[in-house]
Design a protein around this ligand. Structure first.
Ligand code: BG6
Length: 471
């Protein structure tokens, strides 16, 4: 029987919803700068207005209450709190998040606060190249300390870094996110600093005796072998080492996985570990693992036959340098699965695989911090949105959770991505995930009117029933 306190939630991130990007004392983030440059985002969309959550938070939270949401995951914008990344605090920023948190609590919705969802203060990028410099560690912990002091008495669930694997890979390998680099050694360097910052943020949380739970969220796409050919199996093993355990082992065991380290070393890539680092990592053990699950991936060996997967963001693909991992594994196509409008596999069993693998390897509670379907939704003339495909996606994924629970996985909550439609980093406003349709597009913000989709009502019933299955 599922716990009555299961966190049925939904999620978002500051840059994707807030708007007021240049106002109320907020400093610029790397995303404010990046999205201004022609060609970096779909139709050059930015988060300048986004869906104006900054001004509409009460309206949105009222909708959450109507749906019966038990938890809402949102992120704090670092440059809204510290316009220069450190130093002077912007009181208006603190007040805004206090208002959001209070409004949630007043409506019996548990706030889940993400400390960092990619909008690094631009001054830190300019001053010392952000994540690539060790100075980021202390600046990040200082920022965390401010949040713990301000909100620690009322927020019980904290997510440190959102998808460190994605922001480092897309930023330093795939040339798709700021700082738009394709250099594996620089990626490993930036990632190591992020690991230290993450671990120290948890240690600070413990030191300050904050009475809550904290952990990172990780985008986990389980690796499958393209065929029974053992070369493909080894390729999938290597992918798992370098795209999953490379982060999860550090978070939970405080050490890099041996095999991943050797695979990299063979290619001349070294992790810049200094004396004392491992101790820092080991001290930063999380209370739960945040899991963002969208899809599974298939890998083949560079020496076997098979198609190569091509991603399709709305943005033009950027030039990527040859990467050391190319000699180990190549992403291929899973012909057994349907895909979304954006060619992402739809694989609810993959979520069960993810939950089981994490539980078997680490035995840690899991908070599903994101799961959802990005699609092109249509607002009909009768002002309704019939998103049955989203209902089917979420339903089958909740069923997968229920199966994993029956096998002993300890899952404390499930947040869909997303509550409202929002700004998708590389796909403008076309790729929609929400239960709430927000009427705007790339050309115009229109009136940003909110409409409840069919899935809104469906999820309301799931929450009421405490799941899909009979209970
Ligand atoms: C996750 C991020 O990677 O996936 C979200 O945490 C993001 O911020 C979501 O929006 C969906 O990705 P996309 O590219 O479809 O918007």
């Amino acid at each position: 029987m599922r716990n009555k306190n299961f966190l049925w939630g939904s999620a978002s991130a500051a840059y994707q919803i807030e708007g007021e990007a240049y106002n109320h004392g907020k400093g610029l983030s790397i995303w404010d700068e990046y999205s201004k440059i022609d060609g970096n985002t779909f139709k050059n969309t930015t988060g300048e207005v986004a869906i104006d959550f900054y001004n509409k938070y009460k309206e949105d939270i009222a909708l959450m209450k109507e749906q019966g949401l038990k938890a809402y995951r949102f992120s704090v914008s670092w440059p809204r709190i510290l316009p220069n990344g450190r130093g002077e605090i912007n009181q208006e920023g603190i007040d805004f998040y206090n208002n959001v948190i209070d409004e949630l609590i007043k409506n019996n919705i548990e706030p889940i606060l993400t400390i960092y969802h990619w909008d690094l203060p631009n001054t830190l990028q300019e001053e010392y190249q952000g994540w690539e410099d060790r100075r980021i560690v202390d600046d990040f912990v200082n920022y965390c300390e401010i949040l713990y002091k301000e909100f620690g008495h009322k927020v019980k669930y904290w997510v440190t870094l959102n998808e460190q694997n994605i922001f480092t890979t897309l930023g330093y390998v795939l040339n798709l996110h700021p700082p738009k680099v394709s250099d594996y050694q620089r990626f490993v360097n930036a990632n190591h600093n992020a690991n230290l910052a993450q671990a120290k943020a948890i240690s600070k949380f413990r030191q300050m005796n904050i009475r809550g739970k904290i952990g990172p969220s990780f985008a986990y796409s389980p690796s499958y072998a393209k065929s029974e050919n053992s070369l493909d199996v080894l390729a999938a093993e290597d992918a798992q080492e370098l795209t999953d355990w490379f982060w999860l082992d550090v978070y939970i065991k405080g050490e890099y996985p041996k095999i991943a380290v050797e695979l990299l070393r063979k290619k001349g890539i070294e992790i810049p570990i200094e004396n004392g680092d491992i101790d820092v990592l080991k001290k930063g053990k999380p209370d739960f693992m945040g899991l963002n699950y969208y899809q599974s991936f298939v890998y083949k060996s560079p020496n076997t036959k098979g198609e190569v997967y091509k991603s399709n963001n709305n943005t033009v693909s950027q030039k990527i340098n040859k990467q050391p991992t190319d000699d180990y594994f190549i992403q291929s196509i899973n012909k057994t699965l349907e895909v979304t409008d954006w060619n992402w596999t739809i694989d609810p069993n993959g979520l069960e695989v993810a939950l089981r693998r994490i539980t078997s390897r680490y035995g840690i509670p899991i908070l599903i911090t994101e799961n959802g379907l990005g699609a092109i939704d249509k607002l009909e003339d009768n002002q309704k949105i019939y998103d049955d495909y989203r209902i089917a996606y979420i339903k089958t994924h909740i069923e997968a959770i229920e199966k994993a629970e029956e096998l002993g996985c300890n899952i404390i909550g499930y947040c869909t991505w997303s509550f409202q439609d929002l700004f998708s980093w590389l796909n403008g406003y076309q790729k929609r995930y929400g239960f709430i349709y927000v009427d705007r597009d790339e050309k115009s913000q229109k009136e940003l009117k909110r409409y409840k989709k069919k899935s809104f009502y469906w999820y309301r019933d799931i929450i009421k029933n405490n799941g899909v299955g009979k209970r």
